[in-house]
Design a protein around this ligand. Sequence first.
Ligand code: SAH
Length: 344
Amino acid sequence: MNNILDLNLEELQQWMEKQGEKKFRAKQVFDWIYNGVFKFEEMRNLSSTVKVKLSEEFYVDIPEVVEAYKSKVDDTVKMLLKYRDGNIIESVVMKYKHGNTICVSSQVGCRMGCKFCASTLNGCVRNLTGGEILSQVIVGGRLIGERISNVVIMGSGEPLDNYDNVLKFFELVNWEHGLNIGQRHITISTCGIVPKIYDLANKKFQVTLAISLHSPWDEERKKIMPIANKYSIVDIIEACKYYINITGRRITFEYALINNINDRNEDAEQLIKLLKGMLCHVNLIPMNEVKESALKKSSTSSIRTFKERLESAGIETTIRRELGADINAACGQLRKSYMDSRNI
Ligand code: SAH
């Protein structure tokens, strides 16, 4: 049995033809799905033979919303979603002036081991498929009853550690008769798996690349991000310059400000040296404290000072709004507390 959401139109058309059915049946099936009908037996314009064949071969894995929390301070909605196999992941829908954005997970858990991140505390259970990432967007849109126009792959998991499935997701979410979300409305965030950054650049997509840098020093970065033992900051910057050259896209550097770890003046100065002249911008993230970690967030004033330093050096800098601060909206926190409370 396969998840039909992992197939694109052409693949389902081929399947139909193999069954001796007309190609156009495939589009009919997807039309139902995108109109909220997820059971083959309810797809009224299909013959009963096709419906039986479909249900023998496929299921539609639309994850169940186990819990949904709406923030009281903004319109952020955080969802815990359960797939058919029982695995639980989280996605967050955020409302911005320019449209609704969903933050999707790319893996169940994560194996990157970043010290400040709750997603990685129990390791990686498995990759999500393209269809499973897609279904988060479908469910998110249904939950808020509005179109989702932007996707950030910044939930649990390392997307470049699940490269092929993420590429398939780009294709599926882009389908004009489906969700129709173009590459320019997608951001992929990575802790810096350098060879995959080159691979992605060579695809010449228009997706925005975000790099979780979090420190301008290799030695410091190694202490908070194990991946830094494998790839140096210089390697990452080289790869980013390649990405910019090939795609023309501006890169985002994410930088979670951690008290006394990466928020000092010398950190800002070194960051400026690294990024000066690059087509990029820095997104400062006030760190979300995770109870399993001793790391503390920077004070509001040091965040402001850090931002001012970067800006006075000509580096465009934003501070990420703390959306859904009241609903555990940081990476993996909600799933972790759900699993802990049930001893899963
Ligand atoms: N694995 C990918 C994407 C997931 S995390 C990556 O590393 O980029 C999305 C962003 O949130 C990353 O920049 C990550 O480092 C950051 N993040 C994780 N836990 C955080 C926390 N507790 N506080 C602030 N940012 C956090």
